[in-house]
Ligand binder design. Sequence first.
Ligand code: COA
Length: 153
Amino acid sequence: MGRGDRGAVRVRGAQPGDLAAVIEIDAGTTGLRKPDYWGEILQRYGSGRRKQRFFLVAEGSSGVEGFAIGEVRDWEFGMPPCGWVFAIGVRPEARVAGVGTRLLESMCAGFRRLGVTKVRTILARDNALILSFFRSQGMMAAPFIALEKDLQA
Ligand SMILES: CC(C)(COP(=O)(O)OP(=O)(O)OC[C@H]1O[C@@H](n2cnc3c(N)ncnc32)[C@H](O)[C@@H]1OP(=O)(O)O)[C@@H](O)C(=O)NCCC(=O)NCCS
């Protein structure tokens, strides 16, 4: 797939038959195969589960090219209802052809239909690729900070 094929995918809700491809795409990015985790995500976020939850796949001529998970959360962290993107991934061979953009646009359209006016995500500070992607989609630094503590210390 190249730039000329931009948008040549269909974005739809994930189905059980998509899981194997999603697991492989995720494993390629994270180095971890997590079939149990993805089975649970399908149960909780798959098509027709809950209207606030989204588990989307982008399907091209050679199958599933990418996925995205997100949800509208109400009043978490004291924020008015907003859309959260929890994860997005595109098969390495299908990247930089607009698939990630299509997935995020579809999710944002779903968020808008539910009446929210903001989309948010969290990413690793040193992940330049995902930062470039979200910046290209118009997402900017938010007026929040993330905190953590090592519980094993
Ligand atoms: C981030 C990711 C989803 C982008 O998917 P994609 O289908 O390649 O994205 P698009 O083709 O829609 O790219 C949109 C824009 O993002 C930016 N972008 C995408 N890949 C980029 C790269 N390698 N370098 C710099 N900018 C990049 C560009 O601005 C691009 O627009 P352009 O093609 O007009 O220049 C994909 O690279 C990916 O799966 N990466 C690994 C996933 C990951 O690290 N996830 C972290 C946990 S959530």
